[in-house]
Design a protein around this ligand. Structure first.
Ligand code: SAM
Ligand code: SF4
Length: 329
């Protein structure tokens, strides 16, 4: 699948549910309205859709949400996808999770061929963790991380950089992650969906974080890539890697190889644009996959050049109305 700008699409992110057991302040409002369960694709339908993408050249599949591990019977879906790893059609099956259910599922994820996962941890202070996630418990997440390490999964920690919240904790977060043999990736807040607070109060450019870190650490550009949007720095003092995802300070669209599928079968060709393609209708209208393949080709054929996120004016509304939990992080 090649888009109009010559980018080859080899990476599919699938949000298997819009629901979550946390309510991170930058991601969701506290009283979120979720989709009625009847609107969700079944796990069998998600299987058919993902398999169609894999047949068309997707090599990397990331399962996300909402919180993917709260979707009922989600491990059945991982089992089903693992057949594409076994056949060699898929290179990597992976997951982004808040870690709340990881203790329970880590061993089975490893059995399904998952090798690396991303776990989101924005702070190591239990009270602040509760404040930012509203409903989360840090100790449970840390137990989940231990279980995942014991199962042999490689972990990357994702943290959203938030002004006046974890800004001064980033060195500690990095020392902890690297000390545990985990990469750390920092993400800038993106203006996705209405939340209860003003995003301008949270926005912390990673250019500033990097300059602050450079006063304490020796940072050198690394050629390491994971197929995602992060650019990596090697940190001499910790021997670890620091990823930076900078959709706002630096445009990361040139090398975009991704499309995103929601749990209702809507395909978003760009996280920061409204244009989407409905794949549920072609999926349901025929037993054969021909219509589906045609709809995927048509959608990839109109993948936009890039997003236009800006968070500069106080009180500005979201760049796109949907939340990250819908299109998946
Ligand atoms: N629930 C899982 C988790 O938290 O890892 C997976 C879904 S979550 C939407 C994926 C990632 O997106 C998380 O690392 C989260 O911190 C990040 N995220 C959510 N809303 C965001 C926003 N508005 N800007 C930047 N990152 C965001
Ligand atoms: Fe849930 Fe992840 Fe959004 Fe937090 S960032 S509310 S854990 S989906």
């Amino acid at each position: 699948m090649i888009d109009p700008f010559g980018r080859s699409i080899s990476y599919l992110r699938v949000s298997v549910t819009d629901r979550c057991d946390f309510r991170c302040t930058y991601c969701m409002a506290e009283d979120m309205t979720f989709l009625p369960k009847k609107d969700l694709l079944t796990l069998e339908e998600l299987d058919r859709l993902c398999s169609a993408f894999i047949a068309k050249g997707v090599r990397k599949l990331r399962i996300t949400g909402g919180e993917p591990l709260v979707r009922r019977n989600v491990m059945q879906f991982f089992r089903a996808m693992s057949r594409h790893l076994a056949s060699g059609a898929l290179e990597e099956l992976t997951l982004t999770t808040n870690g709340s259910q990881l203790e329970k599922h880590a061993a089975e994820l490893a059995e399904c061929g998952v090798k690396r996962i991303n776990v989101s941890v924005d702070t190591l202070d239990p009270a602040k963790f509760k404040e930012i996630t509203r409903w989360g418990d840090l100790a449970t997440v840390l137990k989940g991380i231990k279980a995942a390490q014991a199962a042999g999964l490689k972990i990357k920690i994702n943290a959203v950089a938030l002004k006046d919240f974890n800004e001064h904790e980033i060195p500690d977060l990095m020392r902890w992650a690297h000390g545990e043999g985990m990469d750390l990736t920092l993400i800038e807040t993106m203006p996705l969906g209405e939340i209860d607070i003003d995003r301008t109060d949270q926005y912390l450019p990673l250019s500033k974080v990097r300059a602050d870190l450079a006063r304490q650490f020796t940072l050198t550009e690394s050629s390491h890539r994971t197929g995602g949007p992060a650019r990596y720095l090697s940190v001499a003092e910790t021997g670890g890697r620091l990823g930076l995802i900078t959709p706002l300070t630096h445009n990361f669209c040139e090398s975009c190889n991704r499309v995103r599928l929601t749990c209702t079968g809507t395909l978003y060709m760009c996280l920061g644009q409204d244009d989407a393609a409905d794949l549920r209708a072609p999926l349901r209208s025929s037993e054969s996959d021909d219509l589906l393949h045609a709809a995927i080709d048509e959608a990839v054929g109109r993948k936009p050049k890039g997003h236009d996120f800006v968070i500069e004016r106080r009180g500005e509304t979201a760049a796109v109305p949907r939340h990250m939990s819908m299109t998946g992080g």
